[in-house]
Every structure is written in C-alpha cells, then in structure tokens.
Design a binder for this molecule. Structure first.
Ligand code: PLP
Length: 458
C-alpha cells in the first residue's frame, strides 16, 4: 500500500508502512555514492511545493531540492496534470518518429537558448547529455582531448566522470576507468585562488592565461572541447568573475575548440535566468541541461546544439542514440514546466530571492558566525564555505572527509534536520538550494533554522 498524504490513516498504520518501506530498501536497493551498510535512508511518504514528509509525521523544508533538481517545487499541479494527460494519450514512441510534445519541447528550449542553438538532442539525464555533447564535439572537430575544470561535477558515466574535477569522485580510478582524453585546469575561485590573486579582475586574467597555457601545452590541434559549468554547482557554487566566460569563448574561437556549457544544475531558473550564460551574454556551441528542465518528474536531459554542429551531421550520421530519447512523458513535462515558469514568473522569483532574501540574509549570517568563511551564490543557488578559521580559510572538514573527519558537517546536517530543514551538504559546504518557487516566509523559516544550527560549527 502506498500513501501520498497523511490523511485518513492512523499514525500507527503510517509508521508500519514506513517500516516496510525502510525494510524493502535495506534488503534490496543499492544506493548511489554510498557505503551500503552505513546508510539509513529516510522513507519519504509524500511531497508538495517546498516540503516533503516522512511516515512518522515529520515535515521537512526542502533546502536541497533533491540534488538541486526540483526547481519548480514538488508535485507542481500543472506538470503533474501534463504527465497524466500525456500518459493517457501516448506513453512512448521511438526517437525515430516525429512527435508533438517532443517537437514542442525542443522548440521551446531552442527559443530560450542564446544565439543559433536551435536543435535539441534529448537524453535521460545530465551525464548522458555531457557524453553526447563531447561525442558531437569530437566528431565536429576531428580532435580527441577535452578540457574541464578542477572543482567541477559533470556526471558519473565514463566520459562525464573522467571530466569531473572533484577528488571525491576519482575513486573510479581504482577500477581502472580510463580518463579518456580528459585534461583538467584551474578555473577562477578567488577565495581559494590557485593564482594567488587578490582581486576578481586579477583572478579572471590569470585563470584565462593559465587556460591558454594548458591549451598550448596540450596542443590546440588535439583539443575538441572545453566543458565548463557556467556556475560550478556541486563543487561549491563558484560564480565566474566578469569577463571569464567571454574569455573562454574567445579562446575557443581562437583555437577552433567547441565550448560546451554544462547547465545541468545552473539552468532553468536556478540561477535566476533561463540559462546561467544569460548573466554574461555568452553563447556556447553546446549547452547541456537536465534537472530543472522538468524538475526530474520524469528523467530527462539534453544537448542544445548550434547550427554549425548540427550541420556537421546534415548528411553524416550522428553515431549515438538512446531508446528513450525525447520520451513523450518527459517532453510533456518539459513543455508544462516552461509554460508554468513563464506564467508564474518563476525565473524572476528566483532572481528576486537571491537579491532580496538569500544574498542579504546569508551575508548577515556570515558576519555573525565564525565558521562561515564565504557566502557565494545567485538566484536560488547558494553555498556557505565553512572554515576552521576565517583567517587561514582552512576548510572545516577536509576533502574526502569520512568518519570522524566529517563529524562537524554531519552534526550541522543533523541540527538542521532536527529543525525541520533538509540540507544539501558537500565536504565543507552547506548549499542553500531550495525550490525556485519557495515563498519568502518559508525561505526565512529555513534561514532562521540555519542561523540556530550554525552554533554547532562555530
Ligand atoms: N552536470 C552537472 C553540472 C551536474 O550537477 C550533474 C548532477 O548533479 C550532472 C552533470 C549529472 O547529471 P545526472 O546525475 O542527471 O546524470
């Protein structure tokens, strides 16, 4: 028996149902990124808007958006209705056919994308989008290497994980996974500058110089693409300084390299724009998307493709495809999401939240809490960089922290959960990433809980 809401049912029955959910999970579900014997996943009974709840009567304000995914909130009625309507009409049709919602979703995304990025290849998620973007770039250029930044996350399939510049993920090397032509470089990050910069302008200039040196040492004629999260997400909410992305664009033009903007996390309202590149008026050659495009109601992702790269495959077969590419349920949910975001001003709301609520409140909070080193973010996309000392900027917990090392962040997480707020924590960072639809009252409720919980790490 499944329960969507805690109505018309006794609390004992609900608890029994929760215990069964937990037992089935522990007996049979193999979880992502986890030591299977060390986890205790919360059984979730239902969700709505910015909230979800368990079987014990506990409600949580979702400050995680489920891996920064539910931009439109949980169970948005227009998106749910569109999926139900589509399910009644046509659940599946192979990618080789033309289909109404597939075409409409592609058209709407193309209309939102900058420049002449007018074509969409649909995937089932973000990693597959990056896999295919890289394949397109390699075939388009006839080159093989791909440059990506340290402090990045691009997904966990073979090419995407090789591009990911995040030490926690490199355990994959232990199973002999090929790095497949991936070369890493340092992107700009003034707070922990690799270049000993003291200003954003200096950091930008030095990061671009470094990138050009990497290109030259690797050999421009061997480099197919640069893959860059427009705003680095999982690895710390790093906002590029003014001029950096334009500089990357210029380097790509100079050396004939394809510029792939990974907007799997930053796109579709999260950063207060449809695409985060809109903040800097930069037009990449390929943009990858997933998460916020339909808030994960049905798994989906994709690559938005420039005219030139599409033309490479005008009479030449693109050697790639997925059974569920452009799945009607996923495409119907994208159409409904974009329409609802337009009708309800959700992109503008996210921008407003960043400017008027999260930015000021988090900075004020940082000024009072010694464990907060830096606050970074925009829109509904924020992180607190937690430190042992504001002076030395030593991270509160080290990279790859586990066991006792990870204790301070685990305690912070527990303190938030005890106050009814579900956080998104990575290494020494607390990410504040609620649905982009969150009300001001709920946002402030979560911030108040955060203020109290930070006593644990101060
Ligand atoms: N790229 C970025 C920037 C991401 O944040 C993620 C996931 O968090 C991915 C790619 C991978 O997406 P998926 O988990 O849908 O494969």
């Amino acid at each position: 028996m499944y329960f969507a809401a805690m109505t018309d049912i006794s609390s004992d029955d609900l608890k029994a149902a929760g215990a069964k959910v937990f037992a089935d999970d522990r007996a049979h579900v193999f979880h992502s990124w986890s030591a299977q014997g060390a986890i205790s996943p919360l059984p979730v009974a239902g969700a709505e808007g910015s909230w979800f709840w368990d079987y014990e009567g506990n409600r949580f304000l979702d400050f995680s958006s489920q891996l920064v995914n539910t931009n439109i909130g949980h169970q948005h009625p227009k998106v749910v209705a569109a999926i139900q309507e589509q399910a009644g009409r046509l659940c599946t049709i192979a990618p080789s056919f033309a289909n109404d919602v597939r075409g409409e979703a592609a058209r709407l995304i193309a209309e939102l994308a900058p420049g002449d990025l007018n074509y969409v290849f649909f995937t089932n998620g973000g990693a597959e989008a990056n896999e295919n973007a890289v394949r397109m770039a390699r075939l388009h250029t006839g080159r093989s290497k791909v440059l990506s930044a340290y402090r990045s996350y691009h997904g966990s399939t073979s090419t995407a994980i090789a591009l990911t510049g995040d030490p926690r993920r490199w355990a994959n090397d232990a199973v002999g996974q090929s790095t497949g032509g991936a070369v890493h470089f340092f992107g700009p990050h003034l707070y922990r500058s690799h270049f000993h910069s003291t200003t954003e302008a200096e950091e930008c200039e030095r990061a671009l110089l470094h990138l050009e040196q990497v290109i030259q040492f690797e050999g421009p004629a061997t480099i197919a693409a640069i893959v860059l999260e427009t705003i680095v997400g999982t690895a710390g909410i790093l906002i590029p300084p003014p001029g950096y992305l334009a500089g990357v664009r210029a380097l790509c033009d100079k050396y004939g390299i394809v510029y792939i903007a990974d907007e799997v996390m930053a796109g579709f309202a999260r950063a207060g724009k449809w695409f985060a590149v809109d903040h800097w008026d930069v037009t990449p050659d390929l943009i990858t998307f997933a998460k916020g495009s339909n808030s994960g109601y049905i798994p989906v992702g994709g690559v938005v493709i420039s005219q030139a790269i599409r033309d490479t495959f005008d009479q030449r077969v693109y050697p790639g495809g997925l059974t569920y590419s452009g799945h009607p349920l996923a495409c119907a949910s994208i159409v409904a999401t974009i329409n609802a975001m337009r009708e309800e001003g959700i992109v503008e709301h996210a921008a407003w939240l960043g400017e008027e609520v999260f930015g000021p409140a988090l900075r004020e909070l940082a000024a009072r809490h010694p464990s907060v080193g830096e606050v970074r973010g925009v829109g509904a996309f924020w992180a607190l960089d937690l430190v042992r000392s504001q002076e030395t900027r030593e991270m509160l917990v080290p990279y790859n922290a586990a066991g006792a090392d990870a204790a301070p962040m685990n305690e912070l997480g527990a303190a938030l959960k005890a106050r009814g707020v579900w956080p998104f924590i990575n290494f020494n960072r607390l990410h504040v990433v609620p649905p982009c639809t969150i009300s001001e009252a709920d946002a402030r409720k979560g911030l108040e809980a955060l203020d109290e919980a930070l006593e644990v790490t101060d």
